[in-house]
Ligand binder design. Structure first.
Ligand code: NAD
Ligand code: MG
Length: 394
């Protein structure tokens, strides 16, 4: 029987909810005994309280420091403890779960992730921005803690399942597949008036707003290239991207003998979440079975850096190394937030990011957390200034 003591960071989000639904289904099917230790969220008090009650969590933490009383009121009489503010989220990460789902969106997830990593939990890793921004610090904390990093991003989960970690020198290339997002076939100049509602409508996956916009700009695939460079001991030059609109092949590993191994499945995050939950075992999921005849055919196209400049920016910042990917991530987070609020045109998202990559000069160097957080802050400030400048120019 699969047994876990699970904490979910970002429990109210798309991946968090998928994880809770899977845990519930596995427990009900008596396929697993999964105890929920702690749940965290940013500001959705009702959703967090409901999830805590439904899952029998011991502790619920809300990052918004002003929402503590409201959360406690929702949990009166349940025996579930609660807390508010950043410290409460860190407290949740520090509790003794052996499996922690890192599903906060953005660099806001770094510190709770590091707390869970340092104490040796196995980390189901969805929160890609943490590796992009603080990859060295995250890997060092995992190494010290001794837990396992289990990729949840569907591409990285696919590679993880077919990667020969004992013989990485026998691997020739990693091939990340990309759906191409909703604007794959649109000429860039037709994207001028794209609204947030259009950009978050992904053809294959249902996801949170930020990653949906990243899929539309293809920054998501750029971030995933960087994520792959940290997760797998294959040189970054050997990571390729191919557009595959059906999202059935989730990524591939090409070995020196010409064998190419892939993981396939219906586009449903339940599958990679289940893989990370049960690893190295397996657990049944309610995900639809793959029907190859129904899929019919699969297409593949090159990833076009001219059409999707975010892909180029991410590749260049990975090549540059150091704190460059931290600047890339921070600027992109700000630009996407500004776009979602209607303060920045879609086509300027990559422009704001490129501007920051060219103008932000970190005050500190080195891969430690202090330098990362200082650079993240600096890049965010510059990005907001740039958004303002562009708005004033009209
Ligand atoms: P989402 O926006 O749906 O949910 C984000 C979660 O993070 C919420 O629970 C929110 O309360 C919490 N959160 C946000 N800001 C916070 C803060 N400042 N402090 C504490 N908590 C905060 O996002 P999502 O789509 O579930 O994605 C989560 C992560 O997983 C992202 O890094 C994303 O790139 C990655 N991912 C998502 C999918 C997907 O299918 N949704 C697939 C692959 C990877
Ligand atoms: Mg992905």
């Amino acid at each position: 029987m699969l047994k876990r003591r699970a904490t979910i960071l970002g429990a109210t989000g798309s991946v968090g909810q998928t994880t809770l639904a899977l845990i519930d289904a596995a427990n009900k099917a008596r396929d697993a005994e999964i105890e929920v230790v702690a749940l965290t969220a940013n500001s959705k008090v009702d959703e967090l309280a409901e999830a805590a009650k439904a899952s029998g969590a011991k502790f619920a933490a809300i990052a918004n420091p002003h929402a503590g009383e409201e959360l406690a009121a929702r949990l009166v009489g349940t025996g579930i403890k609660s807390g508010a503010g950043k410290e409460a989220v860190l407290e949740a990460a520090a509790m003794d779960a052996d499996w922690v789902m890192a599903a906060i969106v953005g660099a806001a997830g770094i510190e709770p992730l590091l707390v869970a990593a340092e104490r040796g939990a196995n980390i189901a890793f969805a929160n890609k921005e943490c590796l992009v921004c603080a990859g060295d610090a995250v890997l060092a904390a995992m190494e010290r803690g001794g837990g396992k990093l289990l990729p949840v991003d569907s591409e990285h989960n696919a590679i993880f399942q077919v990667y020969d970690f004992e013989r990485p020198h026998r691997i020739r290339r990693l091939i990340l597949t990309a759906s191409g997002g909703p604007f794959r076939e649109r000429e860039p100049d037709t994207l001028r008036g794209i609204t947030p509602a259009e950009a978050v409508k992904h053809p294959n996956w249902s996801m949170g707003a930020k990653i949906s916009v990243d899929s539309a700009t293809m920054m998501n695939k750029g971030l995933e290239r960087i994520e792959a460079a940290y997760l797998f001991p294959t040189p970054k030059e050997k990571i390729e991207i191919v557009v595959h609109p059906q999202s059935v092949i989730h990524s591939l590993v090409d070995y020196v003998d010409g064998s190419v191994l892939a993981q396939l499945g219906t586009p449903d995050m339940t599958i990679p979440v289940a893989s990370a939950l049960a690893w190295p075992d397996r657990v049944a999921t309610p995900a639809e079975q793959l029907d190859l005849v129904k899929v019919g055919h699969m297409d593949f196209f090159p990833a076009d850096e001219r059409r999707f400049p975010a892909l180029r920016l991410a590749r260049e910042s990975l090549d540059e190394g150091g704190l460059s990917t931290c600047i890339l991530n921070a600027a992109n987070e700000v630009a996407v937030a500004a776009f979602l609020k209607g303060h920045l045109p879609f086509l300027d998202i990559a422009g704001v990011t490129e501007h920051c990559l060219n103008h932000v000069r970190p005050n500190q160097d080195g891969p430690d957390l202090e330098a990362v957080l200082a650079t993240d802050k600096l890049a965010r400030e510059r990005a907001w200034e740039r958004v303002e400048e562009l708005a004033q120019r009209g």
